[in-house]
Structure formats: structure tokens, C-alpha cells
Design a protein around this ligand. Structure first.
Ligand code: SAH
Length: 390
């Protein structure tokens, strides 16, 4: 018999918005004989069927719903869902390197599937999804026929689910340095040692969007990682790019990517803490035609929002000070807890403090292989702005 969860009356109100997560405090009663990771049926306080999902009593997110229908959760269910996700990417022409499954936004909570050419990287970030890993691997092999599959389950969020951190091959071993193509450029992706799954596919459109703003420009880029924006800027005609990152491994790959795209002579890579270096250079009155910022997420929980705001204000303030009049600040935020409005307010305040005027010339979110479901706030995370600075 499937486990049974009964919601509190209050929970129903919030959940009717469509969010798939059920928190600890929203459960009136739980009877789950199979224990953690099991599929459970969820009912309202009035005993109406609400949906079906997976259960983890160790996580604050007790249930993540997989369906609102009375349908079996089995290999066929995952096959249908993943086929549907892939069909959408095929329809929009995102097939070579793309996010094939974007978790909650594709109806598969906590499952990430990234495709890099002929290779696939997988993350099962919750216990209930991790249980289906082998089934998912077989489905991916059936649908995508990859040359190899790798798991990057070393993401720290797994500890909130009581899951171990691990990474490794889910297929026969292969060379984990993979070359991909993006907007006509080529990049090395290290799926074993890179950050997250190895490459930030969500900025694909945004890297392309910088083209008109970087021609002939002298550029400063902070948080360059493996040189995605750097190489694009150089290929789009920038005069020179000074690119900073804290990670020496990222910079090694960035250097190789610059060589691969034949733009090495236009790039200077510097290993440094961007906060310190931007502060120093701004006070030394260094200036650039364009400054690009793409820091990592600054807040993973609500308690960290204030320090995230301070972090964004600080780096954007320093950057704004260094942009030559008429030049551009290209700035991103991938913290989902910082809303679009809040990010714009932070930028406005930073501009005031820097005594600069700004006007928005581009505003984007993430690439369409990372769809946004409005009632699942965590799916809307990337803010990308190009501001002209006076
Ligand atoms: N723009 C990149 C992605 C950036 S990811 C792209 O398009 O691929 C964020 C990067 O910030 C990581 O490479 C990380 O190493 C770097 N980073 C984190 N904290 C930093 C700090 N304090 N100073 C400099 N770099 C930092």
C-alpha cells in the first residue's frame, strides 16, 4: 500500500497556487510504511486526492509532487516526462549542448540533466529522485544515446536530504574534458572538476547579446569562470579583456578556451578575489569601456539575503565607477531569492552611490532550455542586464 500524507487546511491554500513542495509544517498526518524516498499519495484535510510525489522525513521539504493525476509513478512515467522535456528542446533547436531536464520546471523535481555534445551529466538532488537514478540512466540511454554519462551529485544541497556527496561515471569511463560549441565558438567543459555540471548553459543567449556593446572595447570582466563571456567578447571584436576569477582551475580552462577560439592575445587572466581587486582598481581610478560581472549565487537561504544585497551593491558600485562615460555595465545575478525588482533597486542605489547615471538597454533572464514556471519561484533565478553608464 502506498504511503499516505494528509495536508493541513492551511497548506491547501498555499499549494493551490501549484507549487510542488510540501513543507514539514503543512502535514497533518503521515503514514509511510515504506519509509524515506517512497512514493506517497497526498490528500487534503477533506480526504480529497491532491497528488502523488516522493517523501523524505529528513528534509524540510517533506514531499515533492510528481503529478496531480492518479497515475502510476514507474519507469514509464519517467520515460514520458523525460521524452517530453527532450521533445521541447528539439522543437526549439536546443539539442547539441543544452539542459534537457530543468527539475521542477520540467515536472521532475530535483533532477538536472545537462547534455554536452555526446555526453550527459546528471544530478539527482533529492532522496526521492535519487532512488530512481538507475531507471533515469536507462531512459537517458534509450532517448539520447549518449557516448557517456556522468553524475555530479557532489552538490552541497544533497546534505539537506541526508544524501552523500559523490561524483563519477554512470557509464563506461570517458575523457571528462569535452568540447562543446556555443554561438559558433568552442569551449572545453570539464564535467568532472568544473563547477556545477561543468558549464553555465543558462547564459547562452546573454553571451550572444553582448555583441553590439563590446566592439572595440577595453573590457574588465570579474567572475569569468572558464571564459564564456570573455571569448564571446573577444570574438565580437573587443580590443582587450582583463578577466578575473578566484579559481586557478577555472582560469586554466579559460586560457585554453581563449586559445581554442584564437583570441588568446586579447585576454589577460588574473587570479584574484574580485571584491578586493575591484575595490582597489576603482580607488586607483582605473577605467574601462565595459565591465562584466557574473558572480556565483550569494544567498542560498533567506537568512543570507541581506549579505547578498550588500555583495551585489558592493561589486556593482565598484564596477560602475570604472565604466567610462557612455560605456556599459553588463551585470548578472543568479540568486533566485533576489527578485528582478530588488536587483534593479540594488543597481539604482549603486549608481547613486557611484554618482553615475544609468539606463537599461538589455534585460534578459535565462535561456529557453531553462524555462520559468511562475508559481515555482526558484525556477526564475537569472537576471541579466546591460546598462549604459554616464
Ligand atoms: N560568467 C561565467 C560563470 C561565472 S560562475 C560563465 O559565463 O561561464 C562564478 C565564478 O565566480 C566562478 O568561476 C567562481 O570561481 C568565481 N568566484 C567566486 N567567488 C569569487 C571571488 N570572490 N572573486 C573572484 N571570483 C570568484
Amino acid at each position: 500500500m502506498a504511503g499516505k500524507i494528509v495536508l493541513t487546511r492551511k497548506a491547501e491554500k498555499r499549494l493551490s497556487g501549484g507549487h510542488p513542495w510540501i513543507f514539514a509544517g503543512e502535514i497533518e498526518r503521515a503514514e509511510v510504511p515504506e519509509g524515506p524516498g517512497a512514493i506517497v499519495d497526498v490528500f487534503t484535510a477533506q480526504q480529497q486526492f491532491w497528488g502523488r510525489g516522493y517523501w523524505n522525513p529528513q528534509s524540510q521539504i517533506r514531499v515533492r509532487l510528481l503529478t496531480r493525476k492518479l497515475e502510476a509513478i514507474d519507469a514509464a512515467f519517467f520515460h514520458r516526462q523525460i521524452s517530453q522535456s527532450w521533445a521541447y528542446r528539439q522543437k526549439i533547436g536546443y539539442t547539441e549542448s543544452c539542459r534537457v531536464v530543468f527539475a521542477e520546471a520540467d515536472g521532475l523535481p530535483a533532477l538536472i540533466v545537462d547534455k554536452f555534445g555526446d555526453y550527459v551529466v546528471l544530478q539527482t538532488l533529492a532522496l526521492g529522485m535519487d532512488r530512481w537514478k538507475q531507471v533515469i540512466v536507462e531512459i537517458i540511454e534509450d532517448i539520447l544515446h549518449p557516448n557517456g554519462l556522468y553524475e555530479r551529485n557532489d552538490a552541497p544541497v544533497r546534505t539537506l536530504e541526508g544524501l552523500p556527496l559523490k561524483k563519477g561515471f554512470l557509464s563506461a569511463p570517458f575523457d571528462t574534458r569535452i568540447q562543446i560549441e556555443e554561438n559558433g565558438l568552442h569551449f572545453w567543459v570539464d564535467v568532472e572538476n568544473g563547477q556545477k555540471t561543468g558549464y553555465f548553459l543558462d547564459q547562452r543567449e546573454n553571451r550572444k547579446a553582448i555583441a553590439p556593446f563590446v566592439k572595440d572595447a577595453e573590457i574588465l570582466e570579474a567572475f569569468c569562470y572558464t571564459g564564456g563571456f570573455t571569448c564571446h567578447a573577444a570574438a565580437y571584436g573587443a580590443r582587450h579583456i582583463t578577466a578575473i576569477d578566484a579559481s586557478s582551475e577555472a582560469l586554466e580552462l579559460a586560457t585554453e578556451n581563449a586559445i581554442l577560439n584564437e583570441v588568446r592575445e586579447k585576454c589577460t587572466f588574473i587570479q584574484a578575489n574580485a571584491f578586493d581587486l575591484l575595490k582597489q582598481w576603482a580607488s586607483e581610478k582605473k577605467s574601462f569601456d565595459v565591465v562584466m560581472l557574473d558572480p556565483p549565487a550569494f544567498a542560498k537561504s533567506r537568512q543570507q539575503i541581506q549579505s547578498a544585497i550588500t555583495g551585489y551593491r558592493e561589486i556593482n558600485l565598484r564596477a560602475l565607477k570604472m565604466v567610462r562615460p557612455g560605456g556599459f555595465l553588463i551585470t548578472s545575478s543568479c540568486t533566485n531569492l533576489i527578485s528582478v525588482d530588488l536587483f534593479m533597486q540594488i543597481l539604482q542605489k549603486a549608481a547613486m552611490d557611484a554618482r553615475r547615471n544609468i539606463r537599461q538597454v538589455v534585460f534578459h533572464t535565462q535561456a529557453p532550455d531553462h524555462p520559468i514556471v511562475w508559481h515555482i519561484e526558484s525556477t526564475a533565478y537569472l537576471k541579466f542586464l546591460i546598462l549604459q553608464v554616464y
